[in-house]
Design a protein around this ligand. Structure first.
Ligand SMILES: O=C(O)CCC(=O)C(=O)O
Ligand SMILES: [Fe+2]
Length: 317
């Protein structure tokens, strides 16, 4: 019997008053080990990060309210040739969820094009907020990726350093009556996902050890980092893609946004060779990311409830 200590998902301090963010320092090396260990254990962690000013975060949530207030037909103009990259939601799978996504909004021209789609008459404030937030989160991602591979004692291969991403804004309706599962359990098909939750509205949960759902509360000034399927493949399965879901209490609607990092389009997703050894034989074949997305599109519904990750089914050896 005995009392069990509740599982705690780590919260790391990346704020500028620490030495942590200077590569090569002891603080950086220690943090790299901790980051790598947390991802290997939980596939996620939270991070306090002041590289994104509080004001920018507030502007982003305000901007998102304006986005979701737009008429349905305007939001549904957000289409993409890639599966699940554009408008998604209000369907059988996710009736209480709605989201829009745009690629490479860290590039001003792409941020402008997305803004133009939603506000043909222009909305400079939205465009600047989106562009600025995307750039800041991209920087955070690059730092974390470097830490992960430093933690493994491996130089991050150039092929893994990618600026490709989708910035996604999300809204969940308030449940009436009981709590509701508003986003079903899934693993992300990105490499790493950086999420920002609305303050004061709890909802995100991660699965630990295959059976324990742990809530990740929104912490002011913090971001949630989720390891996703491409990082699982790069790391030869040493970092799991964390399964997560969103459960909401009655009466509370919720907003969140995230930067979903993607690999380079013209380079195969391959296991980092240094992470293959006797104890860790190769787990994945090299694959084309677009082929994987197409496979995911064709098989997603069939795999609901499966405890296998898409990447293992698609590229496992
Ligand atoms: O809203 C959240 O916190 C999670 C969203 C999510 O998991 C996703 O869009 O893949
Ligand atoms: Fe997700």
């Amino acid at each position: 019997m005995g009392s069990e200590t509740p599982t705690q998902i780590p919260v790391f301090d990346f704020t500028s008053d620490t030495q942590t963010l200077k590569p090569g320092t002891d603080a950086w090396n220690n943090m790299s080990r901790d980051v790598c260990a947390a991802l290997a254990r939980f596939g996620c962690f939270q991070v306090a990060y002041d590289g994104v000013p509080a004001r920018l975060r507030e502007d982003m949530f305000e901007a998102m309210e304006r986005v979701f207030d737009l008429p349905d037909e305007t939001k549904r103009r957000n289409t993409s040739d890639k599966p699940y990259f554009g408008y998604n939601g209000r369907n059988e799978m996710v009736p209480m969820y709605e989201s829009l996504g745009a690629e490479e909004t860290s590039e001003i021209e792409k941020a402008k094009a997305f803004t133009q789609l939603l506000w043909p008459e222009g909305n400079d404030k939205f465009c600047e907020t989106l562009n600025c937030m995307s750039k800041k989160l991209l920087e955070l991602n690059q730092m974390i990726m470097k830490m992960v591979f430093d933690g493994f004692g491996v130089d991050i291969p150039d092929a893994l350093i990618s600026d490709n991403s989708v910035l996604r804004v999300m809204k969940y309706d308030a449940p009436t009556g009981d709590s509701a599962l508003v986003l079903p359990p899934h693993t992300d098909k990105s490499s790493l996902t950086i999420l920002c939750q609305q303050e004061g509205v709890q909802g995100l949960e991660v699965l630990v050890d295959g059976h324990e759902w742990i809530s990740l509360p929104p912490i002011p000034g913090c971001f949630v980092i989720l390891a996703a399927e491409v990082l699982k493949a790069w790391s030869n399965g040493r970092i799991p893609a964390v399964k997560h879901r969103v459960v909401l209490s009655p009466g509370k609607e919720r907003y969140s946004f995230g930067l979903f990092m993607l690999p380079k389009w013209d380079v195969a997703v391959k296991v980092v060779e240094e992470l293959i050894d006797k104890a860790h034989p190769r787990r994945y074949k090299a694959f084309d990311y677009m082929d994987y997305l197409r496979y995911m599109e064709a098989h997603l519904l069939k795999m609901v409830g499966s405890n296998k990750d898409m990447v293992d089914v698609f590229a496992g050896v």
